[in-house]
Design a binder for this molecule. Structure first.
Ligand SMILES: Cc1[nH+]cc(COP(=O)(O)O)c(CN[C@@H](CCC(=O)O)C(=O)O)c1O
Length: 415
């Protein structure tokens, strides 16, 4: 049952929490697939999925079984001591990454992956400047925050956020990008589809030019696939949408199949996290050998990175994605979802945009009241992505019937 004894969990969480989060007045106790239940037994359709983490569905049975088995065998083992599950995960992950991006630093979150990316880029190039994107989001830790555009996230921390070494360019603007990549730039970092910044898909010309310019200038290209990765956008990784068609191999799950120097988009590094282990906290900076080999031994580290529990969950999650062809599901359901949203006749909608099941609806007014109405009146959970955008990040296992219910609910709250 999802109902828990009527202890006031909400009061306890609010009393002891740090206070950084705006707490919704609910207590979520169980989830399965794309459904969540609260402590009163109320059932929700979930288009939050833990901020785009539960791609394989909440409590995916294969992931749960893998966690159960591993928990009984071995939960912790630091990375100085090799482990079978970690080796299996690394092999499975590299099998779906672009060719040549086959050395991985394992950690426990997206921000940690970005922090690692910065350090590896510095040792790989001997440079310390970065180019990031306006409206980009890289994380909340101080190093990742310096690459994150939104001033309200950075301002409270003043000069502790190192803005001296970061320049921001308009996403998609090749001229600005060209001017920003000076000889002291270690790396350009960008999301193939900007998520928290309002669900803004990139375009092939910009991404290919970023690849060409960074190669020319001796800087790294780092693609942040923390939110777009693992089937979310209709491909295993979003950069595959921007490969030249000729580069797509038969099963389409792997780009960069050409030699790296020819490939138009294969990055020097990719930051990964969120859905990678089916919901268990995990992060990674995947990179080429040329980048990995320049980091001094012992130059970075993490206690929990590569722990056998997360690794076992990750092996199960990636296996599920491949076997269920989850990327194709996301592509098909995403097209269906966006078609239904575009069919809504409402003067409040400015634009429906996205890729696969990473969808944003930009309204002509603040989205917060509609997000709140969806939760309270319609039992549908959705996210914001800047003040005007409603963001839908459902589990990729969501059913067409659930999509229809979400669209009908959205239409009702807009009228
Ligand atoms: C592209 C991207 N990069 C890095 C991160 C940082 O990952 P982590 O350290 O594991 O949170 C996130 C989190 N994206 C969520 C931001 C949540 C927050 O406000 O903080 C999101 O898009 O909502 C991203 O979407």
């Amino acid at each position: 049952s999802t109902e828990v004894p009527q202890h006031d969990w909400l009061a306890d969480e609010q009393r002891y929490d740090s206070g950084v989060y705006h707490k919704h007045q609910v207590v979520m106790t169980r989830a399965e697939g794309a459904t969540v239940w609260d402590s009163t037994g109320r059932e929700y359709i979930d288009c939050v999925a833990g901020y785009g983490v539960a791609n394989v569905g909440h409590s995916n049975p294969e992931v749960v079984a893998a966690i159960r088995e591993q928990a009984g065998n071995l939960i912790v083992m630091p990375q100085t001591l090799p482990n079978d599950k970690r080796a299996e995960f690394l092999k499975e992950l590299v099998s779906v990454l672009p060719a040549g991006v086959d050395r991985v630093f394992l950690c426990n979150s997206g921000a940690e992956a970005v922090e690692a990316a910065k350090k590896f880029a510095i040792t790989a190039t001997g440079r310390t400047k970065f180019v990031s994107m306006k409206r980009g989001f890289s994380g909340r830790t101080l190093g990742a925050l310096a690459l994150t555009w939104e001033p309200k996230y950075r301002e409270p921390f003043g000069v502790a956020v190192d803005n001296e070494h970061v320049s921001f360019v308009t996403y998609g603007n090749i001229e600005e990008l060209r001017a920003a990549i000076t000889d002291d730039v270690a790396a350009v970092i960008m999301e193939p589809v900007q998520g928290e910044g309002g669900v803004r898909p990139g375009n092939a010309e910009f991404i290919r030019e970023a690849r060409r310019l960074t190669r020319e200038k001796g800087a790294l290209l780092i693609m942040d696939e923390i939110q777009t990765g693992f089937c979310r956008t209709g491909k295993m990784f979003a950069i595959e949408h921007f490969c030249a068609d000729a580069c797509q191999n038969a099963d389409g799950i792997r780009c960069g199949c050409k030699a790296a120097e020819e490939c138009m988009v294969v990055p020097d590094g990719m930051t990964l996290a969120k859905a990678m282990a089916g919901g268990v906290p995990v992060g990674a900076f995947a990179m080429t050998a040329a980048v990995a080999d320049k980091m001094p031994a012992g130059g970075h580290g993490t206690t929990f990175g590569g722990n056998p529990l997360a690794m076992a969950a990750g092996v199960a999650a990636i296996g599920f994605m491949k076997r269920e062809n989850l990327a194709a599901q996301a592509a098909e359901k995403g097209a269906y979802f966006m078609e239904k949203l575009r069919a809504i006749k409402s003067s409040k909608i400015r634009e429906v945009r996205g890729m696969g099941l990473m969808i944003g609806v930009e309204l002509k007014e603040k989205s917060a009241p509609y997000i709140s109405a969806l939760e309270h009146d319609e039992a549908v959970l959705v996210l914001q992505a800047t003040p005007l955008v409603v963001r839908f990040l459902p589990p990729l296992t969501i059913s067409k019937e659930q999509i229809d219910s979400v669209v009908a609910a959205f239409e009702r709250v807009l009228t």
